[in-house]
Design a protein around this ligand. Structure first.
Ligand code: ZN
Length: 142
């Protein structure tokens, strides 16, 4: 018999977050470039490599931004207002990458398909935010 009311999960499970910024064509790539520069000037994050072809569970070109949990409160609302029509997946990083991406994330813009068979349902360790590789200007307006 399953417990009808399991203990709620704790936010301490979340080691970091990812934002995946998707683009489809040259215009989208230009918008994604501008967005990347604006983010780099404002937020302490780790900007990932450009993937101009689909990679892993992602079915469109994109780049990833990894960030520590305290950054969420400023970065995510800023992306809501400044995504420029791009579709963005924000997901937590816990020890269940499949659930993180498919069930527990949120979308800015329109949801995109993900290849669920490329996502393991267990990881020994949740992905951390990694080293910050931006140099935000404290005077930049958010
Ligand atoms: Zn991710």
């Amino acid at each position: 018999m399953t417990d009808a009311s399991p203990s709620p999960r704790r936010v301490a499970e979340i080691a970091s977050y990812h934002a995946h910024i998707y683009f489809d064509d040259a215009t989208g790539r230009a918008t994604a470039t501008r967005l990347r520069d604006l983010i780099a000037a404002r937020f302490p994050v780790r900007l990932g490599r450009w993937h101009d072809v689909p990679v892993g569970p992602h079915v469109a070109p994109m780049y990833q931004i990894a960030f520590a949990t305290p950054v969420f409160a400023a970065l995510v609302p800023w992306l809501m207002l400044n995504h420029g029509g791009l579709n963005i997946l924000i997901h937590p990083n816990t020890r269940n990458p499949r659930r993180d991406h498919l069930c527990d994330g949120l979308w800015i813009g329109r949801p995109r398909a993900l290849l669920s068979d490329r996502l393991p349902d267990h990881a020994d360790e949740a992905d951390g935010a990694g080293e910050v590789n931006t140099q935000p200007d404290p005077a930049a307006e958010i």
